[in-house]
Design a protein around this ligand. Structure first.
Ligand code: NAP
Length: 296
C-alpha cells in the first residue's frame, strides 16, 4: 500500500491517477485533510484517510498498513512550521514501520545560496528523511511552468478562468533562467518512478531539457500571440513599489522577492535528462507549455 499525502492537491491527484493507470488499484491510499474534497478519489477506489500534518495522532492513524509514503510538501508559508509538519510525517512513517518514503522538494542548485527560508526547508526535510533510516526517493521538482501564469498573469489564474498575460513584463529576475516543467508531467514522472521502485535510495532532479529566461518567455509569447511582448529586468525598489500598488502584504512580497532572486542568481537553471527518462519522451518546451496555459 502506498499512501500519497496532499492527495486533494493538484500534484497529488496527477500522481494518483497515474499510479491507478499503472495497475496499482487497491494499493493506493490518500491522506486528505478535507474528506469533502475526496469524493472523486473514493470513486476511483482510493482508500481515503483523513489527516493533517500538524496532527500527529491523525498521521499515526493514516499510516496504518502503508509500506510506502509519498510526502507531498505542504503549503504552509511559515518555514519553521512547514519543516515541523514535514518532520511529523517522516516521524509517523518511521513509527508505523513504513519501508520507503518519497518527498517532493525543489530543483535548486543548493541550500546555501537560496534566498528563501521556505526553499531551504526542502533541503532540511531531505536531511530528516536521509537520517530516518527508511529507503527514500527525493524528487527535486523544477519550478512549475504553470507558475508563469502567476508571475505575468493579468488577472491571476484560477481554475476555470482563462489566464491572460502582461505584454510589458517587469520582474527582478535579470536574465536568470529556469528549467520549468509542467506539473502534470512532474506528477506522471513521479508516479513512473514510484512504479519502478527498486528498493534503492534515489535522488531525482526533475527539470525540462532546457532553461529559459523571461526574455525567452516574452519572445515565445510574442510569437504565439502575434502581439509585441517585452521583458524589462527591474530592481528591488521598483518591485517593492509594484507590490505595494497591487496591495500585496509586505511579508508575502518578501517571499516573492526571494523566489525572484533565486531565479536571478541561477538557482533554478539546472537541466537534467531525468524527467525525460521517467516520461519516455521529452518534457514540454516553454513554447508548448505557454501555448497550452494561455490557450494560444
Ligand atoms: P496544491 O495544489 O496547493 O496541493 C497541496 C496539497 O497539500 C493539498 O492537497 C493540501 O490539502 C495539502 N496540504 C497542505 N498543507 C497540509 C497540511 N497541513 N496537512 C495535510 N495536507 C496539507 O499544490 P501542488 O500544486 O499539488 O504542489 C504540491 C506541493 O509542491 C505544494 O504543496 C508546495 O509545497 C510545492 N510547490 C511546488 C511548486 C513548484 O513550482 N515546484 C510551486 C508551488 C508549490 P488541501 O487539498 O486540503 O488544501
Amino acid at each position: 500500500m502506498i499512501l500519497v499525502t496532499g492527495a486533494t492537491g493538484q500534484l497529488g491527484r496527477v500522481v494518483i491517477d497515474h499510479l491507478l493507470e499503472q495497475g496499482h488499484a487497491g494499493q493506493v491510499a490518500a491522506l486528505v485533510r478535507d474528506e469533502g474534497k475526496a469524493a472523486d478519489l473514493k470513486a476511483k477506489g482510493v482508500d481515503v484517510r483523513v489527516g493533517e500534518y500538524d496532527d500527529v495522532a491523525s498521521l499515526d492513524g493514516a499510516m496504518k498498513g502503508a509500506e510506502q509514503v509519498l510526502l507531498i510538501s505542504g503549503t504552509e508559508m511559515d518555514a519553521a512550521k512547514s519543516l515541523r509538519q514535514h518532520a511529523n510525517v517522516v516521524d509517523a512513517a518511521k513509527r508505523a514501520g513504513v519501508r520507503f518514503i518519497a518527498y517532493t522538494g525543489r530543483a535548486m542548485r543548493g541550500p546555501s545560496a537560496t534566498e528563501t527560508e521556505l526553499m531551504r526547508g526542502h533541503f532540511k526535510t531531505e536531511d530528516l528523511i536521509r537520517e530516518s533510516g527508511m529507503t527514500y526517493a527525493l524528487f527535486r521538482n523544477a519550478l512549475y511552468l504553470e507558475s508563469i501564469t502567476y508571475f505575468i498573469g493579468k488577472g491571476r489564474s484560477h481554475p476555470g478562468q482563462q489566464a491572460t498575460f502582461e505584454t510589458d513584463i517587469r520582474l527582478p529576475t535579470d536574465h536568470g533562467k529556469v528549467a520549468y516543467a509542467l506539473r502534470i508531467e512532474l506528477g506522471e514522472g513521479i508516479a513512473n518512478a514510484l512504479h519502478q521502485d527498486r528498493g534503492e535510495d534515489r535522488v531525482y532532479t526533475l527539470t525540462a531539457g532546457e532553461a529559459w529566461s523571461f526574455d525567452d518567455v516574452a519572445q515565445a509569447l510574442g510569437e504565439l500571440s502575434g502581439k509585441p511582448v517585452t521583458y524589462t529586468p527591474t530592481d528591488k525598489a521598483t518591485f517593492d513599489a509594484q507590490m505595494r500598488e497591487r496591495g500585496v502584504p509586505e511579508a508575502m512580497a518578501r517571499v516573492f522577492y526571494g523566489f525572484y532572486c533565486d531565479i536571478r542568481d541561477g538557482q533554478l537553471d539546472e537541466v537534467t535528462p531525468e524527467l525525460e527518462g521517467l516520461l519516455g519522451r521529452k518534457p514540454a518546451s516553454l513554447k508548448a507549455g505557454l501555448k497550452a496555459l494561455f490557450n494560444l
